[in-house]
Design a protein. Sequence first.
Length: 252
Amino acid sequence: MSAVTVVGGSVAVWRLEQRLFWRNRALVVPTFLVPVAMCVSIPFTVPAGLDWDGVPYRGHFLTAMIAMITVYSTFTTLVVTLTSRRDALILKRLRGTELPNRSILAGNVLTAYVLSGLQLVLLLTIGLLALGVPAPENPLLLMVALAYGTAVFAVLAAAYTVLIPNAESAQILCIPVLFACFACSGIFVPLSVFPDWLRTIAELLPVTALADAVRAAFYGGGALPRDAAVLGVWWAVGVITTRRFFRWEGKR
């Protein structure tokens, strides 16, 4: 299968998914509008002048929200869309065409990239203009971190669909996993207040690694080699699980 065919097939699936996604208000509101509203409103409740381990509190919250919304939108959108397409036998029908499997999945991943990219633009615009947060010191690192993080959580979403029994329960079953990771990732509470055993676990979570990389892009510092390694391990876990257990049609 030529690279041109794979790319062309991915774009075709992406265009189809774009039409299906933006027409589905039940999916657009919780995965696009609600996260943006939540992430934008929280920093406004924090008085200016406070800091978090040397980082302005509003700046910390904005970087945390950027990481959180990337994770939430990518993971939730793909889990919901893949399970719904699976149960509706759309994935099975697409697989019966000349499209390679990689194109079918890649088209869905591109949808997640577009969604999180639009949300990122909104968050950065509001953060820079309304909250007074400085522009990132390293814009290239920010783009690489978000692109890398989106890829990691995309394959984790595909792998997680293995545990989803039906499309109706997909969004509900995403919530406990995501919020457990958010609670332990240093987004809302500094890792320094965690007991040693919990901090060790938290540092191995992909959400923690992505949040740390985003913060480093804005304010410097961070443990970038560790963050890249953690994300790489989770990406490998997602890829292996997806290749072995991903289901193209629902159980009957």
